[in-house]
Structure formats: structure tokens, C-alpha cells
Design a binder for this molecule. Structure first.
Ligand SMILES: C[S@@+](CC[C@H](N)C(=O)[O-])C[C@H]1O[C@@H](n2cnc3c(N)ncnc32)[C@H](O)[C@@H]1O
Length: 253
């Protein structure tokens, strides 16, 4: 697979463990009912589904349990290690969604848990949409969630999350930069070592906020049709906060 996938390791230790134990399960409380409403009724039984930015594979396993065939793609080897453990009967590919190429064998492509907010500019997001288009059967469905700018600039700005366990503790803080529309996420972890010392690690990564309109027009530019944007609070009642949305569209037949 493209070597570009090897260059990204911000999600590797320590973040993968945090994601596997805490953040993944909490995102999936939203992602699973979203897919249940917006995707599953519209695809065939045993459909072939591609799970982009699949992370630790919890959602891939959930889809497999429902009888679908699932392939996951992620650019973090550590995330994929958890995914192979959590979903041993799914297929996982180490690759970058901005560059992957697969033949048109999928009935559906999904990317949940805000994976596309990790793509840091509209051109690369559009490249990703092209790759998805090429991997879909005609009339295939494409579903993904996204946080919009307001979410980062208001509710999430300066928000701190964290947890304390017996052998490790972590904290994560968001700082939003309106001029670049980027949210910088700072993660600090403390891990208890064999010598009974606490080892501190600091890392950070960026998330990009997009507007609904720019994403919709980029999907249409690539050729997707029937683009519908659902607000997870207002339309689906799944979350208390505004400005997290789910796009649903189709490759034309
Ligand atoms: C917030 S996690 C979401 C994981 C999973 N979709 C879920 O819902 O639990 C984001 C994931 O996207 C992956 N990711 C970010 N940018 C990527 C890219 N360009 N190509 C492939 N994976 C990417 C990260 O490695 C991480 O595992």
C-alpha cells in the first residue's frame, strides 16, 4: 500500500489505547444508531461495506455481526492492531484514505467517528471522495459524519476530557484557531511503568472544520448525487450538541 500511510503515527501509542477503551465506545453510541437509521435500510443483506478511518474496529465488528462483509482502512498501525483483535473476521488494510484505490466492489462506504475531520484541506477531502466513488458499485451509498465549524469554535473550544485508571491517566484539550479553521488537540498521558514510576507523554494533532456547503459541493463535483445532510441533534435527536452532521449520498446508477 502507499508509503504515505507509514508517515502518520500521532494516533499510535498512547492515543490508540485511549481510543480503544474510552473515546471509541463513546463515539459509537452515536455512530451505530446513525448507521442503523441512514444506511442499513438502504443496502442489500450481506452487503460488502468499506469502513474508512476504521480505527479500533468496534464499528466494523458491529457491522459484521449484522451479517455484512466488512473491510476497514486506517493509516495507524496501532489502531489496526486493536481492530484485528476486536474484529478478527473483518479484513483490514493499512492505507491512507486520501490515496487508496480499490475496484468498484462495495455496496456502501462509511466513515464514522469523525475520521474525515482529520483530513486537513478540502482538496484532500475531495481526493478521498474520488477514491470512495471509484470503490463503490453503481447506486452504492456513501455515509460519513463530520463536525462543522460552529462545534469547534463554540462548544468544543477549550474543552478538556480525561480519565484516570489504575495504571494510566490521560487528558485531552482542544484549542480552536478560527483563522485556519483548525482545532489543535493536545493529549497528555501518564503510564505506570514496571518500576512503579509514572511516564509522561505529550502529543498533539489537528482536526479541520468544514462548512456543510463546501463539503456538499465537493461531493457533487466528484459525481455523487442525492446528497442529504442530517443534523445529528436536530434531525436525529442523537446528541445534545448542534453542528455534528451526517452526509448521505449515492453514486449514480
Ligand atoms: C476518531 S478515529 C475514528 C475511528 C472509527 N471510525 C470509529 O468510529 O471508532 C479517527 C481514525 O481515523 C484515522 N485516520 C485519520 N486520517 C486518516 C487517513 N488520512 N487515512 C486513513 N485513516 C485515517 C485515524 O488513524 C483514526 O484511527
Amino acid at each position: 500500500m502507499p508509503s504515505s500511510a507509514t508517515s502518520y503515527n500521532k494516533f499510535d501509542e498512547p492515543f490508540a489505547r485511549i481510543y480503544n477503551e474510552t473515546l471509541g465506545p463513546s463515539y459509537n453510541k452515536i455512530a451505530l444508531p446513525t448507521l442503523e437509521k441512514l444506511l442499513l435500510p438502504y443496502i442489500p443483506e450481506k452487503a460488502n461495506i468499506l469502513d474508512l478511518c476504521c480505527g479500533t474496529g468496534e464499528l466494523s465488528q458491529w457491522l459484521l455481526n449484522k451479517g455484512y462483509q466488512v473491510t476497514g482502512i486506517d493509516r495507524s498501525q496501532r489502531m489496526l492492531q486493536y481492530a484485528r483483535h476486536n474484529a478478527p473476521n473483518c479484513k483490514f488494510i493499512f492505507s491512507d484514505v486520501r490515496f487508496f484505490q480499490l475496484p468498484p466492489t462495495f455496496h456502501a462506504v462509511s466513515s464514522m467517528g469523525l475520521g474525515f475531520n482529520h483530513i486537513l484541506n478540502l482538496q484532500e477531502l475531495t481526493d478521498t471522495f474520488h477514491n470512495v466513488y471509484n470503490a463503490l458499485h453503481s447506486n452504492g451509498v456513501f455515509v460519513f459524519d463530520l463536525r462543522l465549524e460552529n462545534a469547534y469554535s463554540s462548544t468544543l473550544n477549550n474543552r478538556v476530557l480525561g480519565d484516570v485508571k489504575d495504571d494510566y491517566a490521560w487528558a485531552m484539550k482542544n484549542i480552536y484557531h478560527p483563522e485556519s479553521k483548525e482545532c489543535r488537540v493536545f493529549v497528555t498521558t501518564f503510564q505506570l511503568t514496571e518500576r512503579d514510576c509514572w511516564k509522561r507523554l505529550d502529543t498533539s494533532f489537528s482536526l479541520m472544520s468544514y462548512s456543510k456547503d463546501e463539503v456538499q459541493s465537493s461531493l457533487e463535483k466528484v459525481g455523487f448525487t442525492k446528497v442529504i445532510v442530517y443534523d445529528l441533534q436536530l434531525d436525529l435527536g442523537l446528541i445534545p450538541e448542534a453542528d455534528m452532521v451526517c452526509f448521505v449520498c449515492r453514486k449514480p446508477s
